[in-house]
Design a protein around this ligand. Structure first.
Ligand SMILES: [Mn+2]
Length: 312
C-alpha cells in the first residue's frame, strides 16, 4: 500500500492547506477577475520572523467571513471569478533566489487578474512591484506602514524589509508614493531626508490625528493621478492593541475600524494590493490574522463594486 502526500513533498511545509475564503485553487495560467496568492518569504526580516506562516493562518481564519460585507452589500464570490492562486514556492533562507522566483512567477500571471498578495515580510513588495512594472509601467503606490522602509543597506544585506521602498524608488518602479500611519522611531534625523528628496507624500500619525482619518482618506482618493494604483499594507500601520502579531510593533497607530474604513471607501480601480508582516506566533487570539482576512475581503468587495459600475 502506498502512502500519498497531501501536498507536494518538494515544497516547503508551510505552503498551502486551507484556501482563502474556501475558494478553488487556480494555476498560474488561470484567468479570473480577482486572485489571492501567498508569498511566504520572511528572510528579509531584520527582527522577528514567522511571516511565512501568515498566508496559511489567514486562509484558515478567512473561513469565518461570510460572503457579503454588511456595509458594502457586494456579493463578490457569487458575481465575480475569484481564485486562490496558492503559494509561491520560495527557497527558505535564500533572499536573492526567492526575489527572483516571486518576480518570475507573478510575471506569468495575466495582468487582468486583480491580485491580492499575502506575505511574507515587507520585502516581498519589491519583486511584486518589479512584476507590476513589466505589466503596467510605473506604479502609483499607497503604503500603509509605521516605518519609512527607506533605510540604506544594513547588516551587510542588500535587500531587507526595511529598505524595499528605497530600492523600488531608486529602480524607478513607482511614479508617486503616499505613506500612511508613519510613526516609528528613526536612527537619525537624516532618516527622512530620502522621503523629502524623492517627494514621498507622508501622512504621519500626528497629521492623521490633526486632520482626522476620514479627511486623509478623502485627500488620498482626490490626489490619485493614474490608473495604475497599488496598495501595500504593512499590518504595523495598525496599532499593536488591534494588531499585535507583527515584526516591529509601534504603539500609537490606526484602529482596525480606520483601516477597514479605508478599504470600504476605495473609489478608484487598483491594479492589486498586498498585506504583509503578520506573524501568527506573536498574535493573540488570532486577532491580527482575522483583521488581515477582513482587509483582503474589503479590498475585493470594494473593487468588485467599482468593476460592476464600470461595466454598467
Ligand atoms: Mn513595512
Amino acid at each position: 500500500m502506498s502512502t500519498k502526500f497531501l501536498t507536494d513533498p518538494a515544497k516547503p511545509p508551510f505552503l498551502e492547506n486551507y484556501t482563502f475564503f474556501g475558494l478553488k485553487l487556480a494555476s498560474v495560467n488561470t484567468k479570473s477577475d480577482f486572485g489571492i496568492i501567498g508569498v511566504p518569504m520572511d528572510f528579509g526580516s531584520t527582527y522577528r520572523v514567522g511571516q511565512r506562516f501568515a498566508p496559511q493562518k489567514i486562509r484558515e481564519l478567512s473561513k469565518i467571513i461570510s460572503g457579503v460585507d454588511f456595509f458594502l452589500r457586494e456579493d463578490i464570490f457569487q458575481e465575480f471569478s475569484v481564485f486562490d492562486y496558492g503559494d509561491i514556492n520560495v527557497v527558505p533562507g535564500f533572499v536573492d533566489d526567492s526575489l527572483k522566483i516571486i518576480e518570475d512567477y507573478l510575471s506569468r500571471i495575466s495582468k487582468d487578474v486583480n491580485m491580492v498578495h499575502v506575505g511574507g515580510d515587507h520585502l516581498v513588495t519589491l519583486p511584486i512591484l518589479r512584476s507590476l512594472y513589466k505589466k503596467f509601467g510605473k506604479i502609483e503606490l499607497i503604503d500603509f506602514d509605521a516605518h519609512t522602509d527607506t533605510w540604506d543597506d544594513i547588516y551587510k544585506s542588500e535587500f531587507s524589509h526595511a529598505n524595499w521602498l528605497r530600492k523600488a524608488i531608486i529602480e524607478g518602479l513607482v511614479s508617486k508614493v503616499t505613506q500612511v500611519s508613519i510613526r516609528g522611531s528613526l536612527y537619525s534625523k537624516q532618516d527622512t531626508d530620502f522621503q523629502e528628496k524623492y517627494g514621498v507624500n507622508v501622512y504621519d500619525m500626528k497629521k492623521i490625528r490633526d486632520i482626522g482619518f476620514e479627511n486623509v482618506i478623502k485627500e488620498i482618493q482626490r490626489n490619485i493621478e493614474t490608473e495604475s494604483v497599488y496598495i501595500t499594507v504593512d499590518i504595523d500601520a495598525v496599532d499593536p492593541a488591534y494588531a499585535p502579531g507583527t515584526g516591529v510593533p509601534e504603539p500609537g497607530g490606526l484602529t482596525s475600524w480606520e483601516i477597514m474604513s479605508f478599504f470600504r471607501s476605495i473609489d478608484f480601480n487598483a491594479v492589486g494590493m498586498d498585506l504583509v508582516e503578520i506573524i501568527p506566533s506573536y498574535d493573540h487570539s488570532d486577532i491580527t490574522s482575522i483583521l488581515g482576512a477582513n482587509i483582503i475581503f474589503l479590498y475585493l468587495s470594494s473593487q468588485a463594486k467599482l468593476l460592476k459600475y464600470r461595466n454598467l
